[in-house]
Design a binder for this molecule. Structure first.
Ligand code: HEM
Length: 406
């Protein structure tokens, strides 16, 4: 692990104590990419609860690995704003916010209310039979082959198809959408990410025009037709809302499934445990989401604040490393162990507070249905013996490919 000597010192504000500065290569460095979840769990042994991460690729920020501190940041928007908290570049002359994430309360409520009922537990249940059918159709496509590349044949098409359906977008766009999401979230190259951004912008702009003229019952039309406070959203708001759903809803479920299936393939006893206790499926899903959470939560300080004796200043960036917070031994003893009988505690996979993930019920249901249908038809499988597992860099953590055999 690099020390403070390797850091570009000029970017570190004077109020940051040198002993708290670390360059850990979060989301980008070789140690992280070799085994990201183990890396984030180990931070509890090697790092102070709050430290200052220096990262030339994604920028410098305070980082917390404590469950309690992340919840504090998520529940106190008066100290922690989401404005400008996402890493995606935008044209300053044609700026738009990623809605609802980049809007602070109280304005946030007006946007969130537009889709709360679409993503409620009852509403997403309506998609369950479609999810089961789709899971089985995908499995039909490869079950007789005795092998599959999981990420492209199941992990990706399942959530992407559900998402496109929900949004009211055509299934033929599946591969194009996946390509954009990969370039935007994982290329680590501004030019590639910028091109993807422009591709998405152009496509969504055209879709919004079409759906304004001919609304359907998909989410994009719901946003277009919303009248919060009696007024429609502006074109830029509709665009920023739709665009953010695309960023938030595609890659996260995909990465989650890929991480879980890698673990299932490597742990036959634990797989059999899941199959033997079908009545515990919800607890199993929750525990797997805790251990394999995939993303982070970025904020900016709105005022000076001291936490755990660390003095932070207005304007500093603050990152809750949610996967590490889910390994906080003070909350989850023996944290890296997958324990389906753990006492129930709130997990941070979907963050918390006003910006807690609107898609959480949908994502939980997708993971549950995928587990049930896959394990019913393919209870025994393993990682192909010559497979080399490597991980995507970037803000959504998951393996790049996962060849399975049975
Ligand atoms: C396993 C899958 C998923 C994970 C791990 C996940 C994780 C998260 C996290 C951590 C946040 C909070 C970010 C922050 O506070 O900075 C968030 C917010 C959000 N997510 Fe998800 N997400 C998942 C799936 C989805 C899906 C399927 C959708 C929609 C189709 C979605 C839509 C959103 C939206 C709109 C927000 C912003 C909510 C707000 O600002 O009020 N997510 N998600």
């Amino acid at each position: 692990m690099a020390t403070t000597q390797a850091t570009p010192v000029m970017d570190i504000p004077a109020h940051v104590p040198p002993e708290l500065v670390r360059e850990i290569g979060l989301t980008t460095g070789p140690e992280f990419l070799a085994a990201p979840h183990a890396f984030m769990a180990k931070l509890h042994e090697t790092h102070p609860p709050i430290f200052y991460s220096v990262n030339p690729l994604i920028g410098n920020s305070w980082c917390t690995i404590k469950h309690e501190d992340a919840f504090f940041a998520l529940r106190h928007p008066e100290y922690f704003t989401t404005a400008g908290a996402t890493p995606f570049p935008r044209d300053p002359n044609n700026y738009f916010h990623f809605i609802p994430l980049e809007i602070d309360p109280p304005h946030h409520r007006k946007y969130r209310a537009i889709l709360d009922s679409t993503f409620s537990p009852q509403s997403v249940l309506r998609l369950e039979s479609y999810m089961r059918r789709l899971s089985n159709e995908l499995i039909d496509g490869f079950i007789d082959a005795g092998e599959v590349e999981f990420t492209t044949a199941f992990g990706r098409p399942l959530p992407v198809s559900i998402f496109l359906d929900l949004m009211g977008l055509p299934q033929e766009m599946r591969d194009t959408f996946v390509g954009w999401a990969v370039d935007l979230l994982h290329s680590q190259d501004r030019m590639t990410a910028g091109l993807a951004m422009r591709g998405i912008e152009a496509y969504l702009a055209q879709v919004i025009v079409e759906k304004t003229a001919r609304p359907d019952d998909g989410v994009i039309s719901t946003i277009i037709q919303a009248r919060p406070g009696g007024e429609p959203l502006s074109e830029r708001e509709i665009f920023g809302f739709t665009f953010f759903l695309f960023i938030a809803g595609l890659d996260t479920v995909f990465a989650t499934l890929n991480n879980i299936w890698l673990w299932l393939a490597q742990n036959p006893d634990r797989r059999r445990e899941i199959i033997a206790h079908p009545d515990q499926i919800n607890a199993q899903v929750e525990e797997l989401l805790r251990v394999f959470s995939v993303t982070f939560s970025g904020r900016t300080l709105t005022q000076d604040l001291e936490m755990r004796g660390v003095q932070m200043k207005k304007g500093d960036k603050f990152n809750s490393i949610l996967p590490a917070c889910n390994y906080d031994p003070d909350v989850f003893p023996d944290p890296t162990r997958v324990d389906f009988n753990r006492p129930r505690k709130p997990i941070l996979a979907f963050a918390g507070g006003v910006h807690s993930c609107i898609g959480a019920h949908l994502a939980r249901l997708e993971v549950k249905v995928a587990l049930q249908e896959w394990l019913r038809r393919l209870p025994d499988f393993a990682v192909r013996s010559d497979a080399l597992i490597s991980y995507w860099p970037g803000g959504v953590v998951g393996p790049k490919s996962l060849p399975l055999v049975w």
